[in-house]
Design a protein around this ligand. Structure first.
Ligand code: NAD
Length: 485
């Protein structure tokens, strides 16, 4: 497959109220292929006026056909959309390879996950129930789970399809109308998804897509008085700004921010089982994964062996154009590559245990970075504390279980953690003590599947997406108390 997949829709338009239209001011932005730095196309540069129109269309959908539709029928539409996405996996994959620079296999996995989100939330839509609550004699009390109304979805560039699936999928299942602002660096699969949603029969206004810059369209959406819930995935700083903007309207926010997720390898671990996960969870998607396992904590008796084996694995890693489906593609942009290289420069005082290589024919204008494994890294080093969002891992030795927990919990983040140990009591003990929204025992899930609630503690954010919990997150509870004697 070529890097330049044909576009089967006009990418320069917004999707508002079921109509494809240019941004009100007619402005556009270039979209760049990170594998070679070439411009793919221009996308709409939506601004406050377009967000106003999208929110109005979403509200109209709430007041119209979509708002009145039964949960069963909403579920059917989502299930149909899941099937249509499945039928279009190859087309979506081609778009993501070109737009995000994902190796083919990763792009395909994301497209398959998008279909699975639609399928899961399609099936779940009519299975969200309230409760009856024992109360005083003469009363019947029950709860209803109701949609918020208009929900805003601000999506980053690293996993557009998966993040759209988990947030828009769950919000639609609960009967909300969505305004989606994809990242300016990666818009194509968001637009394609809207085309597929039209084919599935989603009523106009239930899903609106306004591409644009964060400071313009994103800020307009997060502070819009017509929006009743915001779901944001991205950086800590932008998440805090989105939360502050939403607070002005007293609107709840789900924040899925970064991480510095650890894998803890104890001396009794099955190293053969652990090794592929130790490396892959750090370099998957070029390390541009909020739940990347960027810290590998290893107990001293097996430290030298793990270091040597991970170094070997790194020497096998190749980086190159996304369509070649090597282990790593480019990063999303030259800007992101510069951020990662600045971090690498801060590792000048550290030991490099292993590095991958960039293939010789990689275009010079591509955003390529060599995957790098640092060893013997002090737990308080900047590379062991800050999210890098590139293919960089640090190896940190530890002595006791107590040390391991202290180091694992020593960052501002708490998204995912993994334990590699055969000691069952330790698994349960540490699963409780680790600061993380998800803990994996003898595996690593980088966020896990569609079914598993996902989200962070601390600066990794708050609120849960994925799984059934997301449906609670995208609904609000009403209590009805009837006094009947
Ligand atoms: P970002 O958080 O600024 O962008 C994410 C989304 O927020 C994009 O859609 C963007 O347009 C939008 N946005 C930006 N400014 C906004 C504002 N003021 N109001 C509302 N929306 C706004 O992230 P970035 O600049 O693309 O990347 C920078 C760093 O963020 C990365 O190096 C990485 O550390 C982190 N990041 C994390 C994730 C994640 O999955 N948690 C994803 C992307 C980036």
């Amino acid at each position: 497959m070529a890097d330049s997949a044909p576009l089967w829709f006009d990418p320069s338009l917004c999707f508002i109220g079921g109509v494809w239209q240019p941004a009100t001011r007619g402005r556009t932005l270039p979209l760049v292929n990170p594998s070679d730095g070439a411009e793919i196309c221009r996308i709409a540069r939506g601004e406050a006026e377009d967000i106003d129109a999208a929110v109005a269309a979403a509200q109209a959908a709430q007041d119209g056909e979509w708002g009145k539709m039964s949960a069963t029928e909403r579920g059917r539409i989502l299930s149909r959309l899941g099937q249509i996405v499945s039928d279009n996996v190859a087309a979506l994959t081609a778009l993501e390879v070109m737009d995000v620079g994902k190796p083919l296999s990763q792009a395909r996995a994301d497209a398959v996950a998008l279909a699975r989100y639609c399928e899961f939330y399609g099936g779940a839509a009519d299975k969200v129930m309230g409760e009856t609550i024992p109360y005083m004699n003469g009363y019947t009390v029950y709860t209803l789970r109701e949609p918020f109304g208009v929900t805003g979805h601000i999506v980053p560039w690293n996993y557009p399809m998966q993040i759209i699936g988990r947030s828009v999928g769950a919000a639609l299942a609960m009967g909300n109308s969505c305004v989606l602002k994809p990242a300016e660096e990666a818009c194509l699969t968001a637009l394609a998804f809207a085309h597929l949603a039209e084919q599935a029969g989603l009523p106009p206004g239930a899903l609106n897509v306004v591409p644009g810059i964060g400071a313009e369209a994103g800020a307009a959406l997060s502070g819009h008085p017509g929006v009743q819930h915001i779901s944001f995935t991205g950086s800590v700083a932008t998440g805090a700004a989105v939360q502050a903007a939403a607070a002005g309207n007293v609107v709840p926010v789900t924040l899925e921010l970064g991480g510095k997720s650890p894998q803890l390898v104890f001396a009794d671990a099955d190293l053969d089982a652990a090794l592929p996960f130790l490396v892959n969870a750090g370099i998957q998607n070029g390390g541009q994964t909020c739940s990347a396992a960027s810290r590998i904590l290893v107990q001293r008796p097996v430290y030298a062996e793990v270091k040597a084996r991970m170094a070997d694995a790194y020497s096998e890693l190749t980086v190159g154009p996304a369509a070649e489906d090597l282990r790593l593609g480019p990063l999303i942009s030259a800007r992101q590559r510069d951020i990662v290289e600045q971090f690498l420069a801060q590792g000048d005082d550290l030991v490099i245990a292993g590095q991958g290589r960039i293939v010789e024919h990689a275009p010079p204008a591509g955003a390529y970075v060599r995957p790098t494994l640092f060893a013997d890294v002090p737990a308080d080093h900047v590379l062991a504390q800050q999210e890098i969002f590139g293919p960089v891992q640090v190896l940190i030795p530890f002595d006791t279980e107590e040390d391991a927990v202290r180091i694992a919990n020593s960052t501002d983040f708490g998204l995912v953690a993994a334990l590699w140990t055969r000691d069952g009591a330790r698994q349960f003990r540490l699963a409780k003590r680790l600061k993380a929204g998800q803990v994996f025992l003898n595996t690593y899930g980088a966020g896990g599947g569609v079914e598993l609630p996902f989200g962070g503690v601390g600066k990794s954010g708050h609120g849960r997406e994925k799984g059934f919990d997301a449906l609670y997150g995208f609904s609000q509870l009403k209590t009805v108390a009837a006094q009947h004697g």
